[in-house]
Design a protein around this ligand. Structure first.
Ligand code: 9G3
Length: 574
């Protein structure tokens, strides 16, 4: 492609709304254009990268016997009413009506659609297993779209659905997808970890999340360096880890603690460690008040609370100050577990192991000393509610766990029969018995993967594309197009590379050399050939974007090096 003809508009300045490197660079390199909040278009250069990532996905999915199809993005509400999910998703679902007033949604995912297709056609165990996938735009009206392609309201997903006769078959399909994902993300040049994830509202049993490590990622994973434990913090189980406790239970005592409404104020006022206190967090769930009680030095993991309550995320909200006053009789910061009425109470599993706890007295500016679970209060449920923290003991081997931020680029789920049962997708087994199909679902954020690759491959000058997903393999920069020796040699190399099916950009623009070099670095094309003063000797400069070093080569050697490097890269990841 000649850059003098290319539709490409790079930006010198960083757009103010872009806070993370990938968002800044995608905009500056003219690869995406924002159309609305969380809605982006892909310009020619960006679209080439998208296609490369999709191609890698197709190759690895097809290698596992998955079959690509393409479903509609618009989905009839009836299917979601059958599966019972139409009312599960609030404002996050884009809903619309057609001219006859029929309800539809813009598909945020396709479990219902794929189940509908299969239930009418897959009849016998002889036809199983099947794995169907698509690469398609998804729509989710995110509350806070941000970071460009990382959290958009329209995004490109590869979503696959496996259909097996039993759980053993699902285990095989799941393992195949796990392996395909590892190969896909490796070939895309991502440093990632596959971690145990929460199945959330999806039901089913196991789930893994493929997280590309990045300081700008919204996800946090916990992992152990001494064993293979790795999980999202939403999923990671916490070990019981208490300091030595008093042996006997002391008498209850009310104490005046003016303005000590936070754990910090309370512990400094009473001069006690936070692990001797417990906080009582009040929530509103479907017009009921729920109290979660956990040690003062612990953070609540809302996903674990949701799983105990068995409600979808958007139905959990913090209780208001007036609700807190109404139900505890106290201002915010003085709620405690003793004497609470008409409230569902869940305590973290450490609470019953603690002795003589300091808690809010349900009386403004007062706390209670020496509160003991069992004697002074009891809960409706006892569960692990804690968010795992750096240094907590690994649930598998007790070594201290580490935390890392990352970008969720893929997630795979064992769904089981949740959808096939709800929608009557069954097959006839050998004994002419009707059985529910056992399903799995597998997603990759294609556009998000593109952003993740940039997060892991960039420097202060721009993107550094891995060869496998680069929009072009080579850029030939003619320093001075008015010099016909340089122009001729540039053209010659360009034609030679085209002939050998190398994806090559020729920067033949009438621009100053400095602008051309800056653009070449910004666009992140892996190999740069500079045709300058030594063109008359047939000598060019050869430089890899990911290295500092430059080499002067004859143009024949340059072409040879390029072909060799690309051939090696093609072998990479097969
Ligand atoms: C909705 C809305 C948002 C959603 C969902 C449904 C996430 C929803 C979970 C999944 C599970 C898997 C197939 C590919 C891999 C992920 N956000 N999920 O179901 F209506 Cl508005 O999408 N689906």
């Amino acid at each position: 492609m000649r850059m003098s003809k290319m539709y490409l508009h790079t930006l010198r300045e960083v757009p103010s709304e872009a806070e993370v490197p990938s968002h800044q660079l995608l905009l500056r390199a003219g690869m995406i254009k924002k159309l609305a909040s969380g809605v982006y278009g892909y310009m020619p250069l960006g679209h080439r990268v998208l296609r490369k990532i999709e191609q890698i996905i197709r190759e690895e999915m097809d290698a596992k016997g998955a079959q690509e199809l393409l479903m509609s993005a618009i989905q009839p509400a009836e299917l979601w009413k059958e599966s019972g999910r139409w009312y599960d998703f609030g404002p996050e679902m884009f809903r619309l009506k057609d001219r006859n007033g029929r309800e539809f949604c813009l598909g945020p995912t396709h479990e219902e659609v794929f189940t509908e297709i299969v239930r009418n056609e897959l009849k016998s165990y002889k036809e199983l297993p099947v794995n169907l996938y698509q690469i398609q735009t998804k729509y989710r009206d995110e509350k806070r779209p941000r970071f460009g392609l990382m959290r958009g309201r329209e995004f490109i997903m590869k979503d696959a659905y496996s259909f097996d006769r039993d759980w053993e078959g699902l285990d095989k399909s799941y393992r195949d997808m796990y392996d395909a994902y590892s190969r896909i993300f490796t070939r895309c040049g991502l440093e990632f970890r596959a971690v145990e994830a929460d199945t959330g509202a999806m039901g089913g049993s196991d789930s893994h999340e493929f997280t590309a490590l990045s300081d700008y990622g919204e996800g946090v994973i916990a992992y152990c360096e001494s064993c293979d434990f790795a999980a999202t913090v939403e999923k990671a189980p916490c070990m019981l880890d208490l300091p030595p406790q008093d042996t006997e239970e002391k008498d209850l005592e009310e104490i005046h603690t003016p303005q000590a409404g936070t754990i910090e104020e309370l512990t400094s006022f009473l001069n006690i460690p936070a692990h001797q206190t417990a906080k009582t967090l009040l929530f509103k769930v479907r017009d009921k008040i729920v109290a979660a009680v956990l040690r003062g030095d612990r953070e609540l993991n809302e996903t674990k609370l949701l799983n105990v309550l068995k409600v979808p995320e958007h139905e959990l909200e913090f209780a208001s100050a007036e609700d807190i006053l109404k139900y505890t009789g106290a201002a915010v910061g003085f709620a405690g577990p003793v004497g609470l009425k008409g409230i569902q109470m869940i305590v973290d599993e450490e609470i019953p192991h603690m002795k003589n706890i300091v808690v809010g007295a349900n009386k403004t500016d007062y706390h209670l000393l020496n509160v003991n679970y069992g004697r002074d209060f009891r809960a409706d449920q006892i569960a692990d509610l804690k968010q795992i923290q750096e240094g907590d003991r690994c649930p598998q081997c007790s070594a201290p766990v580490k935390l890392a931020r990352g970008i969720e680029v893929g997630q795979i789920f064992k769904l089981g029969t949740k959808y096939s049962q709800a929608m009557g997708a069954t097959y006839m087994d050998e004994n002419i018995q009707e059985q529910p199909i056992v399903m799995g679902c597998y997603g990759i954020g294609v556009s998000r993967t593109m952003a993740a690759v940039i997060e892991q491959h960039h420097d202060e000058d721009g993107i550094i594309w891995p060869l496998s997903v680069a929009p072009y393999h080579v850029i030939i920069t003619i320093v001075n197009v008015a010099d016909e020796k340089q122009h001729a040699l540039g053209e010659k190399i360009y034609q030679e590379l085209l002939k050998q099916n190398v994806e090559v950009l020729l920067d033949d623009r009438k621009e100053r050399a400095g602008v051309k070099f800056k653009d070449a670095d910004l666009l992140g094309i892996p190999i740069r050939i500079t045709v300058g003063k030594k063109a008359s000797e047939g000598v060019v400069e050869y430089k890899l974007r990911k290295e500092k070093e430059k080499k002067e080569l004859s143009y024949e050697e340059a072409v040879e090096s390029i072909i060799q490097l690309i051939r090696d890269a093609e072998v990479f990841g097969r």
